[in-house]
Design a protein around this ligand. Structure first.
Ligand SMILES: C[S@@+](CC[C@H](N)C(=O)[O-])C[C@H]1O[C@@H](n2cnc3c(N)ncnc32)[C@H](O)[C@@H]1O
Length: 368
């Protein structure tokens, strides 16, 4: 396999740009929410990269910094401290990243005092273990942290370590789960330890529920998602598949949060990403693929609402919207067009108190 600083690895395909777009849009929503809760906010990039791609596009560290500095609320967050920790194991990549950051800082001089940036030239697991030990010694908790974990493969991101490091109510994780590699190597001799570390359980246990017939990629995603929920205690985990031009899943992006507000912000970021360049992001609902395209197919949502709320009376629109956010791949904005059509077709009954229009507060729905 080519070295991590091999130039061939640093082309920036459209789906990587989309991943960065999604990250930036998410941080636009996340920075102000977290800054309103805490005096200090941490962005931890565990596999930070070289800072810039061959075509000149920014790597994730610069994307994160730019989205903070250019945020329209940045001026009112001056009394908050933003800590950016960029961990990169490869020496040449770390050096290149440091140079990119120095350049960015000089372009943005005078650099705001409340934004601290460090490049750590070490492995993610070594750095994370040192952080955990330090926090334990100091009897401190990690400040609210967004951890972006974006490796080239599947080694170096132990589940137990993520669970320990991110054991705080306001931490979030955004992981690139390279399922293609995992599925190819999971039963290879010599990979047992790497797989045990990735999932936090033995390979035998990972594959225990697999019947040998179904979609193994989808199965592995479900196990990884379950591990993030159970071990790392992320109550809400969403996964988005990157489907490439051959129709195969390249990787899954998984977002874990302990707050439903985080799910709402991530969904909004995900649905705004411009697909194209021969790939799409997708999720599944009741066995059907839902593609994140500008004009999505809302039929799976319609079917889901009719079955999830079958027979329910007086359900508020707000409740239905949260159901869509938390239990389906859709956003809250997709709900009203579906309800409008169901009302027009006289399938649901809409209870509108006098003076209420459309689906405003106080309007409730009776489902058949
Ligand atoms: C996919 S690239 C990261 C891309 C970057 N996150 C971005 O979006 O611009 C993965 C990076 O992780 C680095 N790396 C590999 N193993 C690592 C480890 N155990 N700890 C930290 N960095 C590692 C590689 O050198 C490479 O630069």
């Amino acid at each position: 396999m080519a070295a991590d600083d091999d130039p061939g690895k640093w082309d920036c395909p459209p789906h990587t740009k989309a991943k960065h777009d999604m990250l930036g849009r998410y941080l636009d929503g996340w920075f102000p929410i977290l800054a309103s809760w805490s005096g200090r906010v941490v962005f931890l990039d565990g596999f930070a990269g070289r800072g810039r791609y061959n075509d000149g596009s920014e790597g994730s560290p610069l994307v994160a910094l730019r989205h903070l500095l250019d945020h329209r609320s940045f001026p009112v967050m001056r009394d908050r401290e933003f800590v950016f920790l960029f961990v990169e194991a490869n020496d040449a990549n770390a050096e290149s990243l440091q140079q990119e950051i120095d350049k960015f800082k000089s372009e943005r001089a005078p650099w705001p005092k409340n934004v601290k940036v460090s490049v750590v030239n070490d492995k993610f697991d070594v750095t994370a273990t040192a952080m955990i030990d330090y926090l334990r010694e100091q009897k401190k908790n990690l400040a609210p942290t967004f951890a972006f974990v974006d490796p080239f493969g599947y080694s170096g991101l132990p589940m137990d370590l993520l669970a320990n490091l991110l054991d705080h109510p306001h931490t979030e994780v955004f992981v690139n789960f390279m399922v293609g590699h995992v599925q190819r190597f999971i039963e290879r001799d010599g990979q047992e330890n790497a797989m045990r570390s990735l999932f936090g359980i033995d390979v035998r246990e990972v594959l225990d529920g697999y019947d040998g017939q179904g979609d193994r990629v989808e199965y592995l995603r479900a196990v990884y998602e379950r591990q993030l929920q159970e071990k790392a205690k992320f109550d809400y985990v969403q996964s988005f598949a990157m489907i490439n031009s051959t129709g195969n899943i390249g990787y899954y992006l998984l977002h874990g949060t302990k707050h439903r507000a985080g799910v709402k912000v991530m969904k909004s970021a995900m649905w705004k990403v411009d697909p194209g360049g021969g790939f799409t992001f997708s999720d599944r609902l009741a066995g059907k693929d839902v593609l994140f395209t500008p004009e999505p197919n809302l039929q799976p949502l319609r079917e889901d609402l009719l079955s999830s709320f079958a027979g329910a009376k007086g359900v508020s629109v707000d409740y239905i919207e949260w159901h869509a956010i938390l239990r389906t791949p859709y956003r809250e904005t997709h709900v009203r067009p579906v309800l409008r059509l169901l009302e027009k077709e006289k399938i649901i009954t809409v209870n509108r108190p006098p003076g209420k229009k459309q689906f405003t507060d106080g309007v409730t729905i009776d489902f058949p």
